[in-house]
Design a protein around this ligand. Structure first.
Ligand SMILES: [Zn+2]
Length: 246
């Protein structure tokens, strides 16, 4: 996540005071929510991110409680981890953030890659109460399946600074050289291969898609057309976050 710190700070005309907002980014793998959350973290909006995927990848050799497989093996196969494992990881992360930054009631937090099931969404509501906050915005990134596949299968990262590229949509300006840091090494994420991807998408529609209705009923759901380019999607995200300050 150091990626974005070297960028020129953007003084956004839409700049507003956003305080104590907890935001869930919802959408199939490859919908672009990760890129938007990187923007929000690097911007003046002062968002912290809880990226469950990143945390789990850091703990990939841990054996899943009650199972013989490691976290890495389950994620690598595109499968979902048990709710209590994921929820436990999120709770630990929030506790860690609280001890570093103080009370989370007035902190802006983005949840990326979480919740992924109704059980996790209910657990997140309870966690929010525990940390004296609530889920204010759930931004749902809508995207067609074929575009999703290209975005995921084509995605790779600079091995030095972490900047994200894509074979189909976003190549470095000079082939093989990172725009941001000049490095010439790149990594594909381990869980991005095609077989795992298909499993992930099936898992998404089976377990995560029902969250759209869950949050609609809570009155916190906002839909975004995630097939638009980064700038347009960013504009929509900012409009949602700015809503009550207009
Ligand atoms: Zn780089």
């Amino acid at each position: 996540m150091e990626v974005t710190k070297t960028k020129t700070k953007e003084k956004s005309p839409e700049k507003v005071k956003i305080k104590g907002k907890w935001v869930v980014l919802l959408g199939a793998p490859g919908c672009g929510k990760g890129t938007q959350s990187e923007y929000l973290i690097a911007s003046d909006f002062n968002f912290k991110v809880v990226s469950v995927g990143e945390i789990l990848r850091h703990n990939k050799s841990t054996i899943v409680p009650g199972q013989v497989k490691t976290i890495g093996e389950i994620i690598g196969a595109g499968l979902l981890l048990p709710d209590e494992v994921v929820t436990g990881v999120v709770k630990l992360e929030l506790q860690k953030m609280q001890s570093l930054m103080g009370n989370l009631a007035d902190k802006n937090i983005i949840f990326d890659g979480f919740p992924r099931t109704i059980g996790q969404a209910k657990a997140l509501n309870e966690l929010a109460i525990e940390f004296k906050n609530s889920i204010d915005y759930v931004i749902n990134f809508e995207i067609a399946e074929d575009i999703l596949f290209k975005r995921i299968l084509g995605r790779y990262k600079c091995s030095n600074c972490g900047k994200i590229y894509n074979d189909y949509f976003l190549q470095p300006k000079v082939s093989g050289i990172c725009d941001q840091c000049g490095n010439n090494g790149f990594n594909k994420r381990g869980d991005d291969n095609e077989a795992a991807l298909r499993v992930r998408i099936v898992e998404y529609y089976k377990n995560t898609y029902p969250l759209i209705n869950f949050y609609k009923e809570m009155g916190t759901l906002y839909n975004i057309d995630a097939e638009k380019d980064f700038e347009q999607v960013k504009y929509c995200v900012l409009q949602i976050l700015n809503k009550e300050y207009k």
